[in-house]
Design a protein around this ligand. Structure first.
Ligand SMILES: Nc1nc2c(ncn2[C@@H]2O[C@H](COP(=O)(O)OP(=O)(O)O)[C@@H](O)[C@H]2O)c(=O)[nH]1
Ligand SMILES: [Mg+2]
Length: 265
């Protein structure tokens, strides 16, 4: 099972090149399908830094938005462009550690089989301190009370998941903070594992505590509504293939494509 590593980046000069090199060095060749960097219209040297590496790494891809659209949009662009059925994401600032990816992948079920369709990293020893740490604790507590997704650290950028179910989710800005809750809503299993958290070595954070809190409350209301109003039961019977439905239903609970003899065009 090879993986597409998707890295969203906005103004990550001084971080992104090092992270790409590290990713190629640390993830075994037989697991790493490609690294897709999605540049959200950075104004600094992010573009040059990534493009300078293209000649060295055949499976490095650089995509750039024509206008700034946010972290969730960058992730979606990367997942849409990805060529492999399993996605791993990391923040572009180097705070996530690519060495954690193989471990998360081991916990992930093979697409279509029983087991977690998403494995999220949990930063057990956060490098953030003071107000940022407090804001993150409060946000996680509130989100878990409302959404009941049992996720201790939804803001952690390192996650692995199946590509297909991600693309079937209703897309909105900030979706990257609600993936565990949404995967659960659509009938998937999720799991969490502790991961490394590192200090940001260059540049500054793109989010303010206040901005994140205000938009977070608004999003929480929306996602809570979505979770309550989503019904995605497993398909228990299909008249086209009554005796074989168990073989054809995939782990997402959706009936898999019918055999050719039953297909109507
Ligand atoms: N594509 C895109 N990525 C963003 C944007 N804002 C933040 N990011 C990326 O999201 C990740 C986390 O952002 P960061 O500023 O480090 O947040 P913090 O670690 O919570 O302070 C980094 O990889 C950023 O480059 C944005 O507007 N667009
Ligand atoms: Mg960061």
């Amino acid at each position: 099972m090879r993986v597409s590593v998707v890295i969203p980046a906005y103004n990550e000069e001084g971080n992104i090149g090092r992270l790409v090199e590290e990713t190629f060095a640390e993830i075994p060749q037989d697991r790493l399908g490609e690294v897709v960097v999605v540049d959200d219209c950075s104004e600094d040297g992010t573009r040059d830094e990534v493009r300078a590496l293209l000649a060295r790494f055949d499976s490095l891809r650089y995509l750039r938005h024509g206008a700034r659209a946010g972290q969730s949009a960058a992730l979606r662009t990367g997942v849409l462009a990805a060529s492999h059925p399993v996605i791993a994401t990391m923040d572009g600032d180097g705070q996530n550690d690519p060495r954690d990816i193989p471990r998360l992948l081991e916990r992930l079920a093979a697409p279509g089989s029983e087991g977690p369709a998403l494995v999220g990293g949990v930063r057990t020893e956060r490098k953030a301190t003071g107000s940022k740490r407090l804001a993150s604790l409060a946000a996680n507590w509130l989100r878990d009370r409302v959404l009941r997704d049992d996720c201790p650290d939804t803001g952690c950028g390192i996650k692995v998941y199946w590509r297909e179910p991600f693309l079937r989710l209703p897309f909105f800005t900030s979706i990257h903070r609600y993936l565990p809750a949404l995967f659960l809503s659509y009938g998937h299993q999720v799991a969490y594992l502790p991961v490394n958290d590192r200090p940001r070595l260059a540049g500054t954070s793109k989010y303010s505590n206040l901005g994140r809190a205000l938009i977070g409350l608004y999003d929480l209301f929306g996602v809570s509504w979505l979770r309550k109003r989503t019904a995605a039961p497993p398909v228990a019977e299909d008249s086209a293939v009554p005796e074989r439905i168990a073989d054809f239903a995939d782990a997402s609970g959706q009936a898999a494509p019918r055999p050719a003899r039953n297909r109507r065009n």
